[in-house]
Ligand binder design. Structure first.
Ligand code: ADP
Ligand code: MG
Length: 292
């Protein structure tokens, strides 16, 4: 395309709230064959809320929320925000923990007084040899309702399951349909558990999804598709998504997402809506056809 037509295209896209960093991205957008969508914060609002707290008889609900909020105070994960917020709403004060560590894509750990606290997914519990049998059926039922269950252990013993729900953005279903209708293969990628991923994917009409992806493996999935001959678009909002955004043929960041994601992407969807994807591709097609 001529520099003039690219400038016009970039301007048109900007009117639709789509910020295009470079002319090359504008031209590549129309060639995308597969679009990868991150789940949390991309398809969903990324503002999960606590819906259920199930406790083993050792601790009270309040104690569990106090412990959970105390560890999560050190985390910037959307799940952590949900826990901290829920405790606050109920007037529960978090306490100061020591030895806080976050295990990417799995959870968090810390010590409070003499208690060792561990909070996260099934994988994390398995890794630490914690028996989750007592709650696994309940946790799976939550996941089938599209909620994310998190296990909480104190001193290596399961103490609770906390479930959170993250609503799907009101226009995600429509926006995904637009991509599919234009012949693009849509794949969802998430660190969340299989059952939750399946429930969300079904709700938004995506048949292909990969769940329980560790942060470092998101970019690998992009490479894999590229070696199959796909021209890959990647859309994400998190620090986790940054390597995949950089690896993709065209990276799209959610404007309300993290700075790292925005810096790693070619295009930013300022309105946070996935409609920006089909809008960008339409502008790209128009730009290229103008000069042919
Ligand atoms: P996503 O791709 O959905 O943003 P992540 O890779 O960040 O997911 O996390 C994957 C899973 O690891 C979460 O669904 C959750 O079960 C667990 N996890 C990650 N961070 C935390 C945390 N701060 N507290 C509890 N669980 C966590
Ligand atoms: Mg995300």
């Amino acid at each position: 395309a001529t520099p003039m037509s690219v400038m016009v295209g970039v301007g048109k896209a900007a009117e639709a709230g789509v910020l295009i960093r470079n002319g090359e991205a504008l031209q590549s957008a129309s060639t995308i064959t597969t679009m990868i969508l991150d789940k949390t914060g991309t398809i969903t609002e990324g503002a999960p809320k606590v819906t259920d707290v199930l406790v083993a008889n050792k601790l009270t609900r309040e104690e569990v929320l106090m412990f959970a909020a105390s560890i999560e105070a050190g985390s910037e994960h959307p799940l952590a925000m949900a826990i901290v917020e829920s405790a606050k709403e109920q007037g529960i004060e978090p306490k100061k923990v020591t030895g806080f560590a976050s295990i990417a894509g799995q959870g968090v750990e810390a010590k409070l007084d003499d208690s060792v606290l561990l909070f996260g997914n099934e994988k994390l519990m398995a890794k630490r040899g914690i028996n989750i049998e007592a709650f696994i059926d309940k946790a799976q039922a939550f996941a089938e309702e599209a909620k994310t269950p998190m296990y909480f252990a104190v001193n290596n013993e399961l103490a609770a399951v906390i479930a959170v729900a993250d609503p799907i953005k009101s226009d995600s279903i429509e926006a995904i349909k637009r991509l599919q209708n234009s012949g693009i293969r849509v794949v969802m990628l998430t660190g969340d558990n299989r059952l939750t991923a399946k429930a969300i994917a079904e709700k938004v009409g995506i048949s292909e999804y990969v769940a329980e992806v560790l942060p470092e493996d998101k970019a690998k999935k992009v490479v894999e598709l590229q070696s199959d001959g796909e021209i890959v678009g990647m859309t994400g909002d998190g620090i986790n998504d940054a390597p995949a955004l950089a690896q993709a043929n065209v990276g799209f960041a959610i404007g309300t997402g993290t700075d790292v994601a925005i810096e790693s992407a070619d295009i930013t969807l300022m309105r946070g809506s996935l409609h920006g994807l089909a809008d960008a591709i339409a502008v790209s097609k128009a730009t290229l056809s103008n000069i042919r």
